[in-house]
Design a protein around this ligand. Structure first.
Ligand code: 5GP
Ligand code: ZN
Length: 135
């Protein structure tokens, strides 16, 4: 499989370079069906599945199929794909019945925000009151 230049993870220490290839990436493997997940939406470019450790009654992750490590790796040409992530998140919130009450979309970017999987993902959280500010 082709690994793009941006197919790297983020380093946990400055100067450390961590390479995460599409072959080794957990979310790439879920998107490819190699690791089981509770998939709620599967499209050509986007997949959505339930979080294994839900933080709210509704907790779905929306990801691009293509390995993009995080927001800093996005390019201008990815604009439509990012838009699609939001539209799929909107549809899931609607289908799961939380649109009227409200819900939260979260993207953790890098170590300080607690990003633990270096493959871009949009959290869809709902079904309970969500505190602000977040931790
Ligand atoms: P992050 O902390 O990077 O923003 O979010 C990663 C999320 O992926 C976490 O909420 C975590 O529970 C979820 N996660 C980690 N491993 C798996 C897995 O193997 N399957 C699923 N469905 N979710 C996972
Ligand atoms: Zn990946």
């Amino acid at each position: 499989m082709m690994v793009r230049d941006d197919a790297r993870g983020f380093a946990s220490h400055p100067g450390e370079e961590v390479h995460v290839t599409a072959e080794s990436c957990l979310f790439c493997r879920i998107a490819a069906g190699e690791i089981p997940a509770n998939v709620v939406r599967s499209e050509e470019d986007v997949v959505a599945f339930r979080d294994i450790n839900p933080q709210a009654p509704l907790h779905v992750l929306v990801i691009p199929r293509r390995h993009i490590p995080s927001v800093p790796a996005l390019e201008a040409a990815d604009g439509a794909l990012v838009g699609r992530l939001f539209l799929v998140a909107r549809d899931i919130a609607r289908e799961e019945g939380v649109e009227e009450a409200g819900y939260r979309l979260v993207v953790n970017v890098g170590p300080a925000a607690g990003q633990s999987v270096p493959h871009l993902h949009l959290h869809v959280l709902g079904g309970r009151e969500l505190d602000w500010p977040p931790g």
